[in-house]
Design a protein around this ligand. Structure first.
Ligand SMILES: Cc1ncc(COP(=O)(O)O)c(C=O)c1O
Length: 501
């Protein structure tokens, strides 16, 4: 007996005498923290004068890809050095004001600081009686208020991306439809003898909606035609739904886009809400890119009907400049979200307001158990700007896109390829010699895009509209200026001239 005690005590003495390999002295932490902030501040200050993007050399790629697993630890100084030399210089480019591709804008500096401090606290926002939970409830409500969505009875939670937000909302829609038809999709799956559920998205709907439909066992959704403005065509939708009902299918949900990824078109939300009410369908709005456009008084009328949606996907990591990842799934009939996801094993059971319980846990409203503390960065971005500041932020981008459209419309060698409703401009370079030759113009503009992307002066992406390749510029950077817009167009012209020469 006494021997065992001796052994246990001995091993304890040894363990506590040896610091953990991951421990850090507070003084060292402070010093490294200051170094990190210095490095970040310098980087951000110099960023606008640097190339937007530069491809990595094979050696640089290899260096990151094939690092051997370190057998022994490195000093934090060596780790920092490696970061500064070999990682930081090879950023994606989206922090740069002249990065106008996709929908990956820069993060606001206040959000970067929040990311750091959220990691210092490192809670799991699964649930419990702690600050991260209450802040998430608060920020989700702020998002609802920002887009004019009814707060009472609605529920939402922060998720990793707009794709995940739509996946969650469509899972709730599926649950709702099965409930109405008298079966339980959670327990039965899609194995039973039920009319096949059918989802409707527009031809311009984001690819994540097709992925979500596939993942939920619904197969390919119906791709409804769009009108000349790239908006979902309601008569075409009506015809598809009618034909599907006749064929014995079970239409259950329509997805509208509040800002398509290609052109920024906002589908006719109010008409779609009317249609879904008439037909007993769930209306989901994919507002990942554009729903915050409602804040711009010049275009807010386009969003009439958004507040009538059954669910909405939002992406603060897009137009609200919150560091990636930060998105939100919102469901009008809140309890349905919990019904779709709740599964609480004994080891996680708590009582509301007793012990660690707090409010019902977020992990009952989604798939993830352990969850990031994303609310802090979102709260800080919203707090720094305020509602009025966000109105300014969003309106500025729409105005810059209109400015770009005017410059393109006035240029004899440029052609605008879609209406500009929000902050996306689709256009192409059209030298006189190639006018009317769509195939050549598509090939040329594709080449222009690639040359610009590696050139470092600006960064655009492209997309296909009516079978033609077009350049796509998306104004979302908080520091974008009119001079940047001019510089982007001049770069297209310069590279275009070079390509045809
Ligand atoms: C309209 C739209 N929906 C969904 C998504 C997907 O969002 P995420 O990339 O955050 O998953 C995007 C991304 O650009 C988008 O623009």
């Amino acid at each position: 007996m006494s021997t065992t005690k001796h052994v246990v005590n001995a091993s304890r003495t040894v363990l506590s005498d040896t610091p953990s390999p991951l421990a850090m002295d507070p003084g060292v932490f402070y010093h490294l923290g200051m170094l990190a902030v210095e490095m970040a501040a310098e980087y951000l200050e110099e960023l606008p004068a640097r190339p937007v993007f530069g491809p990595m050399t094979p050696v640089e790629r290899e260096r990151l890809l094939n690092q051997p697993l370190p057998e022994h630890g490195m000093s934090p100084e060596a780790i920092f050095d490696f970061f500064e030399q070999h990682i930081l210089p090879h950023a994606m480019g989206n922090q740069h004001p002249r990065f106008a591709a996709w929908v990956n804008p820069a993060a606001a500096p206040i959000g970067m600081l929040a990311e750091f401090l959220a990691a210092v606290m490192n809670p799991s926002a699964a649930g419990g009686d702690h600050a991260a939970i209450y802040l998430e409830h608060c920020t989700v409500r702020w998002l609802m208020e920002l887009i004019g969505f009814p707060v009472e009875g609605s529920t939402g939670l922060l998720v990793g991306g707009g794709s995940v937000a739509s996946l969650y909302c469509l899972a709730v829609a599926r649950q709702w439809a099965a409930n109405i038809d008298g079966w339980n999709v959670r327990t039965e799956g899609l194995q039973g003898d039920h009319r096949p559920l059918m989802l409707y998205i527009s031809e311009e709907g984001h690819s994540c909606l097709r992925k979500a439909s596939q993942l939920l066992g619904l197969g390919e959704p119906r791709r409804v035609a769009v009108d000349a403005q790239f908006k979902l065509d309601v008569p075409a939708l009506r015809a598809e739904v009618r034909a599907d009902r006749k064929a014995g299918l079970r239409p259950f949900c329509v997805v509208a886009s509040a800002g398509t990824v290609n052109t920024g078109a906002v589908d006719p939300l109010d008409a779609l809400a009317d249609f879904c009410t008439e037909e007993g369908l769930w209306l989901h709005v994919d507002g990942a890119y554009g729903a915050f456009g409602i804040l711009d008084p010049n275009v807010s009328h386009l969003f009439t009907g958004l507040s009538r949606a059954d669910s909405v996907a939002l992406d603060p990591h897009k137009w609200l400049a919150t560091p990636i990842e930060c998105s939100c799934a919102i469901v009008r009939e809140g309890p349905l979200l919990r019904e779709t996801f709740s599964l609480v094993p004994p080891y996680l059971q708590t009582e509301p307001d007793r012990g660690f319980g707090g409010l019902p846990w977020f992990s009952e409203y989604g798939f993830q158990q352990t969850r990031r503390f994303n609310a802090l960065k979102l709260a800080w971005v919203i707090q720094q700007a305020g509602r009025a500041g966000l109105v300014d932020h969003v309106s500025r981008h729409n105005a810059l896109a209109q400015y770009m459209a005017q410059l393109i419309d006035a240029a004899p060698d440029m052609e605008r390829m879609a209406p500009v409703e929000l902050s996306i401009v689709c256009f192409r370079y059209v030298p006189e010699a190639l006018q009317g030759d769509d195939d050549e113009l598509s090939a040329l503009n594709h080449q222009i895009m690639e040359e610009i992307q590696v050139g470092g002066e600006a960064f655009l992406n492209g997309t296909m509209l009516h079978g033609r390749f077009v350049l796509r510029s998306c104004a979302l950077h908080y520091a974008l200026t009119e001079q940047d817009v001019v510089a982007i167009i001049e770069e297209v012209r310069r590279v275009g001239t070079q390509c045809i020469a």
